[in-house]
Design a protein around this ligand. Structure first.
Ligand SMILES: [Zn+2]
Length: 312
């Protein structure tokens, strides 16, 4: 089909991020780089897919101080043709409240670590899908070419508010934050931003209801919803599928003793769903290349709200 593109990005959030969001205590040992990332690399190799991995600088720093086993996997990802991009150093859920200087310091620290493993980062994704004007200015100051923090799904935001309210009622505290509602609104198609010289590469949502087409809903969501979302994902002219490293976690094998909703179905089931979805889509484009395509073609700024990029 002409004009059909697929991009896959994976946030390498470690177990500690989920414990923080779900407000649970647990031994948050490091798994994302050493155990989960290799599973993605194997799947992508089988499918001949080039993807973009968003790396948390702090986790890479700790890994390098501790023998660099995860750094070796990141180097292997680069050697296989994948892209490494910045998911910030601290992955702080209140980062959208920081001033520009503080954000810049964090981004520089992450950038240095990514370069230490051989990457040339040019893209950023904010923690918790929540960006701010200061953050975007700092990303542009870094000389990066794109931001990919927007999940334009008001429904997701409403769901997040509901979950946090329920947690508050049950006495648990989430580290997640509610500010930054505009990250959940706006254009669904990739576009050049007007406020900063960056290309924006939003994560995909369904055309009308704008339900998020991400790993959490497509690989592990409830059956009644998952089937419809999978069909929607297969039909989109431009699909940017966002996954998390935990999407390929295995509670037993990885020793995770906390019941995370992301792990409700077995790893083999989630992996088979991922393979089936991506097989149906064909070739994938990395986000850096997608950004260059959008910038080069001069796709107009506030692209229409639907998922109909003009010439992607
Ligand atoms: Zn994250």
């Amino acid at each position: 089909m002409p004009g059909r593109t697929t991009a896959v990005s994976v946030d390498l959030d470690d177990l500690g991020c989920y414990y923080a969001v779900h407000g649970v205590e647990g031994d948050a040992s490091r798994l994302a780089l050493v155990e989960w990332l290799p599973r993605f690399l194997r799947v992508f190799e089988t499918l001949r897919i080039k993807a973009t991995f968003f790396v948390i600088g702090r986790d890479l720093e700790v890994d390098l101080e501790d023998g660099g086993q995860g750094a070796d996997v990141l180097r292997a990802a680069l050697a296989a043709g994948h892209e490494l991009a910045s998911h910030s150093w601290a992955h702080a859920y209140d980062m959208s409240a920081w001033d520009e200087a503080r954000v810049l310091e964090d981004l520089r620290r992450c950038d240095e670590l990514l370069r230490a493993v051989g990457a040339e980062p040019c893209g950023f994704r904010a923690p918790g899908y929540t960006h701010s004007a200061a953050m975007l200015r700092a990303v542009a100051t870094m000389g990066y070419r794109y931001d990919s923090s927007c999940l334009p799904s008001p429904a997701y935001y409403v769901g997040k508010v509901g979950v946090m309210a329920a947690m508050a009622v049950s006495g648990r505290r989430s580290s997640s934050r509610l500010r930054g509602v505009r990250s959940f609104l706006g254009a669904a198609a990739p576009h050049r931003r007007t406020d900063v010289p960056l290309v924006e590469l939003p994560m995909s949502v369904t055309p009308r209801l704008r339900l998020p087409l991400i790993g959490t809903t497509l690989l592990g969501g409830p059956d009644w919803l998952r089937g419809r979302l999978t069909t929607a994902a297969q039909d989109l002219p431009h699909l940017h599928l966002e996954l998390h490293a935990v999407d390929l976690a295995d509670a037993a094998r990885d020793g995770i003793d906390v019941a995370l909703p992301e792990l409700a179905s077995p790893l083999a089931t989630r992996e088979a769903r991922l393979v089936a979805l991506l097989r149906g889509r064909g070739e994938c484009i990395r986000l850096d290349r997608l950004a260059d395509t959008i910038a080069g073609r001069g796709l107009d700024v506030d692209a229409p709200g639907g998922n109909q990029p003009k010439d992607v």
